[in-house]
Each structure stands twice: as C-alpha cells, then as structure tokens.
Design a protein around this ligand. Sequence first.
Ligand code: FAD
Length: 290
Amino acid sequence: MDNAPFEFAKLDYPLAGCTLYNIGGPAKVALLPRTESEVNEAYQWMLAQPGKKLILGGGSNVLINDAGYDGIVLFTTELLRMDDLGEDRYYVGSGRELDDMVQQIMLKHNYEGVGGFTGIPGSVGGAIYMNAGTVKGSTCEWMASVDVVKPGGVVTVPMTSDLYSYRGQTFCAPGDVILGGTFQFTPSETDQQAIYNHYKQRRREKQPQGYCCGSVFKNPEGGHAGHLIESCGLKGTRRGGAIISPMHANFIMNEGEATFQDVVDLIGLAKERVASQHGVQLEEEVRIIA
Ligand SMILES: Cc1cc2nc3c(=O)[nH]c(=O)nc-3n(C[C@H](O)[C@H](O)[C@H](O)COP(=O)(O)OP(=O)(O)OC[C@H]3O[C@@H](n4cnc5c(N)ncnc54)[C@H](O)[C@@H]3O)c2cc1C
C-alpha cells in the first residue's frame, strides 16, 4: 500500500486542514483523482488493498483522530462537472461545493428548495451521501439519479423516495463513491434569493462560528438534540480545547487547540447525560473516523 500506482497519490497526507473541525493526523495514503475514470481506477485499486479506506468530500461532517488515518483516503474534490441538461435538469459532480450549486444554478434560475440547502458547507457528494438538509427539505428530494462507483463499476441509480431518509440513504454503501448526480429542479413563484438571504442571516444569529461540524447529533424522533443537551446544563462545558457551544448546545466547537479526544469526551458526556436524564439515546450525525 505504500506504493499506490498513481501520480495523484500522496503519502503521509495532512488531513486536519481538509476538515472544518481542523482536527486530524495524516493519512497514510491519499488519492486525489482528477476525473471520473481516475476515481473508478483508484476505487478498484483500493478494493484490493488491505486495511482501512475512507471517502472524503468537503470534510464538514467528519471528526478525524489526531493519531492519523492508517489507511487510504480518496478525495472527490476534483469532480467539478456542472452541466445544464435542459428542462431544469443539471448534472453536478461530487466535488462541487454545495453552495456553488445553490448560487450558480438554483438562485440564477429561481428554483424551489433553496431553504433546504442554504448555509450547509461541504461538497455536493457529501450532501448526497448524508442527504443533508434542513426542515425546509433535503438533497435527495431534488435528485433524478445518482452515479455511484461500486465493486462492479459505475451504477446510475434512479432516485426514489424509499432510498433516502433523515440524514441517510441506502444507495451508496460506506466506502462506495458518489461521482455526482442529476438534479431535477422546479421553477419557483417565490423569491429564492430572499429565502437564501434570510437563512444566511439566521445562521449568523443562531449558530456559532468557528471550527466545528455543525450539529453533532441527529435530532431524535419528535425532539431536538440541542434542547435536550441544554436542559442537562451542559452548555459551555469544556474538555481541553473543546466546548459545548454556549450559543447552541448541539455544536461542539474546537476553540483552536482541541484534540480528537477532547471532542469525543464531550460527545460521550452529552450522550450519557441525555440518556440518564431523558431516557433518549442520541445518535451522532458527525462521522467519527478513528
Ligand atoms: C457550520 C456547519 C453547519 C452545518 N449545517 C448543516 C445543516 O444544516 N444540515 C445538514 O444536513 N448538515 C449540516 N452540516 C454538516 C455537513 O455540512 C453536511 O453533512 C455536508 O453535506 C457534508 O458534506 P462534505 O462534503 O463536507 O462531507 P464529508 O464531511 O467530507 O463526509 C461526510 C460523510 O460523507 C461521505 N462522503 C463524502 N463525499 C462522498 C462521496 N462523494 N461519495 C461517498 N461518500 C462520501 C464521507 O465518507 C463521510 O462519511 C453542517 C456543518 C457545519 C460545519
């Protein structure tokens, strides 16, 4: 594995700066393919290698161990296609920033659904994988199909509502790679730019700014993870350089020098207190890569 046969392979590749937590040691091998066929080649090679493998997009929903990643990390950040297919359909590559798609396609044409995407960092591929969104909607709802690299090659999966759920989906197994997908948008009668501006402003007022992964936990059925954590009196609790945000209890911030373990400790504390005080088992939305 030390000799990945690609010019786009890098050894001992630093990962902290590739994540919005700004935490994480180096990857033993990083693959940065530049085209869809290079992704396919890299993926098929990875399958034959022993050990751990990880796909990384914008790094906005991962917490990586600062001991490093003793395995192979494949980045999708170079898949930047954005093609107008006509009739309000667009193919968008996984590596595009989600906000690029919002600004360059949805706002430009005043398409419905901007509220479900506004202010979510990261890549289009990550948003599809996570079915990222807000109460105003989620990514997969706007898709006609997704291209996924699987062990047998590239498969185009037609999107149907049974394939995705709250912050999850079943068409891309962990370790498979979303190359991109076709979005089917709908022209709106409402001013989507005003909606975008509104939610941008709301995030500025209600969410802390800094190194983090957004919401650490999924909201439990009928509840709100942040409210549960807050009601246990945990806002402002610190471990080393990490803190449960005094502004929003579902955000655990790296104040600059936090270690992986500092954040993991706060995650454990929040889960334990919410379970004992409310009988609710919180589930992580952030992907913990140890
Ligand atoms: C300030 C802030 C606010 C946020 N607000 C929201 C919000 O409102 N709603 C919301 O849903 N999320 C939110 N998030 C979380 C995060 O932005 C989303 O989950 C985002 O869609 C993740 O995309 P990414 O490219 O950064 O994925 P990454 O963090 O790189 O990866 C996340 C997961 O997706 C997998 N993955 C990524 N790309 C691919 C691919 N191409 N193929 C296969 N697997 C892949 C990774 O293996 C990993 O398991 C927020 C995060 C931050 C920091």
